[in-house]
Design a protein around this ligand. Structure first.
Ligand code: OSB
Ligand code: MG
Length: 373
């Protein structure tokens, strides 16, 4: 039985070890929302909301998520009993449209509690089958093609099984070309545009189409499927949708229209684990491979991503990189690590399978608020 009686919101601030630049912003210090739930038996469950400080990826932010959770989502959940985690999100979505990052942070906590109560790992509770997952890395936009190429070389040597480079118009063709020149054709390489292009930029996209990329992620608008359906037939490189897949129906439509050949599932973006499993299943039934993207999560958000990525149709390495790639010190123990052949172990202990460093979280907290049923 899932029954949360109390939630503590915490806004924490954590500096990234290296600043991360995408087509629309640069981030060096992460400010994020953590939720600490207490259930009817006193079990403590942490989840992470992946909303950013600014609405440049999707419309949500740390602040909107905080308000919507407090005023509209938690009143539907606190003090209520649910037989299964899927019922929590069903109830929320009967009353709340969108705000999927806020919704996800509750859905995920419900799944973690469920797994804890069953005494199994989150991976096992959601039907995960892998004991280790393949790691990839997402590299922000660098100052020059040479800087990117040497970074790719360095990271590839650490064992990452897929390397993703952020691009934007003007920081694209020459950058990827240089990487190929320096690193050769052996590295599984992809680009992520975070919707920096338009259909009229077809020449630039076609120039990158000949560079042996394993995919091009979200070239066009953040909420678009139709224009991607016009783009994909003009390219040999598979288009991968990230931002514009809000839920399983979007995945179905995008596949039907031929808009995408690969989908990046981020549980924090699509409303949680429940919806992620639905998207995974739709893709699997249509022979569309998926991978688990990241949102520069702390070790808490990563625990949910790793469990999800242990499901069978996650056949492409994700953005699930080890803790040290993001943080000088993570907020979980043990920290997330990667072997030198690019693998990360899926925890086997009950629930998230990592210990939460509550003292450290307390010391990073800049705002804290408790709400009870
Ligand atoms: O588009 O995949 C993205 C980070 C923040 C917001 C959007 C994206 C990303 C990443 C980083 O690519 C992935 C990671 O290492 O967590
Ligand atoms: Mg992306």
């Amino acid at each position: 039985m899932i029954k949360f009686n109390q939630v503590t919101f915490r806004i924490i601030e954590l500096p990234l070890v290296t600043p991360f630049e995408t087509s629309s912003a640069r981030i060096d210090n992460k400010r994020l929302l953590l939720l600490e739930f207490i259930d009817q038996n006193g079990t403590q469950i942490f989840s992470e909301c992946v909303a950013k400080q600014i609405p440049n990826y999707t419309p949500e932010t740390v602040d909107t998520a905080h308000v919507v959770l407090k005023k509209h989502i938690l009143p539907l959940v606190l003090g209520q009993s649910f037989d299964h985690p899927t019922h929590v999100v069903e109830k929320i979505q009967a009353h709340v449209r969108g705000n999927l990052m806020a919704v996800a942070s509750v859905d995920m906590a419900a799944w973690a509690l469920h797994a804890t109560q069953l005494g199994v790992s989150l991976s096992q509770a959601i039907g995960g089958t892998k004991s280790a997952i393949e790691c990839g890395i997402s590299l922000g936009i660098q100052s020059s093609p040479e800087a990117l190429a040497s970074l790719v070389q360095e990271e590839a040597a650490l064992g990452y099984k897929k390397i993703k480079c952020k691009i934007k118009p003007g920081k694209d063709i020459a950058f990827v070309e240089k990487v190929r020149e320096v690193c050769g054709d052996g590295i599984p390489l992809m680009v992520d545009a975070n919707n920096a292009y338009h259909l009229s930029d077809i020449d630039a996209l076609k120039a990158m189409d000949t560079m042996g990329l394993v995919m091009m992620e979200q070239p066009l608008a953040w909420d678009d499927i139709a224009m991607h359906a016009k783009l994909q037939p003009q390219l040999n490189t598979p288009v991968c949708l990230d931002e514009s897949i809000f839920h399983a129906e979007h995945a179905r439509v995008a596949i039907d229209l031929g808009a995408t050949q690969i989908i990046n599932i981020k549980p924090g973006r699509v409303g949680g684990i429940t919806e992620s499993i639905k998207i995974h299943d739709v893709c699997q039934a249509n022979n569309i491979p998926v991978w688990c993207g990241g949102m520069l999560e702390t070790g808490i958000g990563r625990a949910y991503n790793v469990a999800l990525a242990s499901k069978a149709n996650f056949t492409i390495p994700g953005d699930t990189s080890p803790s040290h790639r993001y943080w000088a010190q993570d907020i979980v123990t043990p920290e997330w690590t990667m072997s030198n052949d690019g693998m990360m172990q899926v925890p086997t202990g009950p629930g998230l399978g990592v210990d939460i460093d509550v003292d450290r979280i307390e010391s990073l907290t800049i705002e804290k608020e408790t709400v009870t049923a």
